[in-house]
Ligand binder design. Sequence first.
Ligand code: MBD
Ligand code: FE
Length: 281
Amino acid sequence: MTATDAPTASGSGTAATEKFTAERVSADTPPERLAAIAKDALGALNRVILDHEVSYAEYRVLKQWLIDVGEGGEWPLFLDVFIEHSVEEVLARSRQGTKGSIEGPYYVADAPELPAECTMPMREEDRRGEQLVFSGQVTDLDGNGLGGAKVELWHADAEGYYSQFAPHLPEWNLRGTIVTDEQGRYSITTALPAPYKIPTDGPTGQFIEAQNGHPWRPAHLHLIVSSPGRHPITTQLYFRGGEWVEDDVASATKPELILDPVKGEDGLHRVEYRFALDPAE
Ligand code: MBD
Ligand code: FE
């Protein structure tokens, strides 16, 4: 990688913001509910100002910082790191199957389809690193296999970069939509991910540094697992004993989502996981 194509906070932030705004999202929140949420949100913020006796100088710094987050395109990053976990916690209250986790800012829909047994698209240098054989089954809540289920997998490379959010990577590097076999099984070979440092050269990094926090997420795989007639699961999987598993800046780990891979004689790390999907209704 050269200095000119090195990814930056504003580079990945701008890409994440453009992808997100292209979706034109909406929610059918009734006006009364919206008013109640808005009232409590502003109430909480005003309470903090009064409790901490925030000064005009501090208020202006806040204003500038909010402007910087927007101009740097970092709202997807900031919100997904510090807020999304609570939204996911609410969703989790109505789910019985495999635990979910946050989506984060770097999902891209419609990654190329791959067969149940496959190797993820990766560069020669990704292939030279430690490799993980991730296999298992997608089932209903009774353990019946779901053939033709989709396992969308995306993750960072060993340097912590996601394709389509860093200009030096091939478009679909370490992204794929795996289709399970008739028994719902899959076996995916991919590069073992490394811990991920959220970009520190922008306002989100500044926010973390100013309070002596750390910008790290544990090494993780992102997944969306889906099958017709089932609630899709958006989740992440982590690695036991890995750095930051107990102290994720994004508060997105759960004990049920920690893998225990075993390294074989052939040098491959192997682990199995089962995804149980809730019925849609
Ligand atoms: C990531 O890779 C991620 O998963 C989250 C939640 C935030 C920033 C980068
Ligand atoms: Fe991530």
